[in-house]
Design a protein around this ligand. Structure first.
Ligand code: NAP
Length: 250
């Protein structure tokens, strides 16, 4: 899919076909961005996200792209720029879980989660940041989790990947602040998406008990924070990790 003749700034959202990534993609379209998003393989979900973005009057480019594949990421960004122009905003939301206590965790589940969540976020940041530095503009939001902040039993791989995103983002924020580029991290709690829908009912019920607000969050409630962080209203905020979790961390 290719589109030209855009006048709106462009935002890239990874993992934009479903869940939090979709909510961010649609919110950014509402905010006035054209949106390029990638996903791994779910073409039907991507088509639905495309429709929702177009309903906001925005142009859209999307393609499957494994965030863990550096060459594929560079090709995706090149094609997105050809379709929609320069990138102003990057939201890294693509992520997976492969939960198990460490004593049972297969090495490939450790590796898959690190490759997708941490290396995938690096791949996109690394591929875009020089362009941002040359233009002296750009905003990055990387998706962590309260699991990355506090740890969570059965999630040593996931927690490590998300804590890694936080450290990487803090370092990058320091490197590029002088160029007018901001880098922040959002750490959601339990959000109603396919990722949490897949949890066993017992775990879902236990999680609910730990939330002072007594409900899971909506993906839109994460997207509102992302929308704020990429806006000029947040222009003095960089290097932060902001939790959106209904009070779980209290
Ligand atoms: P989700 O509903 O499972 O959606 C995941 C999205 O990421 C899909 O678009 C998926 O595409 C894409 N994706 C997965 N692996 C990919 C890969 N290798 N390359 C490209 N795209 C890939 O997940 P979610 O709940 O929205 O989570 C979004 C982000 O928020 C993740 O980083 C997650 O860790 C974080 N988070 C979620 C929660 C929560 O409670 N839901 C809490 C804290 C943090 P396909 O459908 O094509 O596979």
């Amino acid at each position: 899919m290719t589109e030209t003749d855009t006048q709106r700034p462009m935002a890239i959202v990874t993992g934009g076909s479903r869940g939090i990534g979709r909510a961010c993609a649609v919110q950014l379209a509402t905010d006035g961005y054209d949106v390029a998003f990638c996903y791994r393989s779910g073409n039907d979900a991507a088509a639905e996200t495309e429709k929702l973005i177009r309903e906001q009057g925005a142009q859209v480019y999307h393609a499957p792209c494994d965030v863990a594949d550096y060459a594929a990421v560079q090709a995706f960004i090149k094609d997105a720029k050809a379709a929609l122009g320069p990138v102003s905003v990057l939201v890294n939301s693509a992520g997976i879980v492969r939960d198990n206590p460490m004593v049972l965790m297969p090495h490939e589940d450790w590796q898959a989660v690190i490759d997708t969540n941490l290396n995938g976020t690096f791949n996109f940041c690394r591929s875009i940041v020089f362009d941002f530095m040359k233009r002296k503009e750009g905003v990055i939001v990387n998706m962590s989790s309260i699991s990355g902040v506090y740890g969570h039993a059965t999630q040593s791989n996931y927690s490590a990947s998300k804590a890694g995103i936080q450290g990487m983002s803090a370092s990058l924020a320091k490197e590029v602040a002088g160029y007018g580029i901001r880098v922040n991290v959002v750490a959601p709690g339990f959000i109603e998406t396919d990722m949490t829908e897949a949890l066993p009912e017992k775990i879902r019920a236990e999680a609910l008990k730990s939330i002072p607000m007594k409900r899971y969050g909506g993906a839109d409630e994460v997207a509102y924070l992302v929308s704020f962080l990429v806006s000029d209203r947040a222009k003095y905020i960089t290097g932060e990790v902001i939790e959106v979790d209904g009070g779980v961390s209290l």
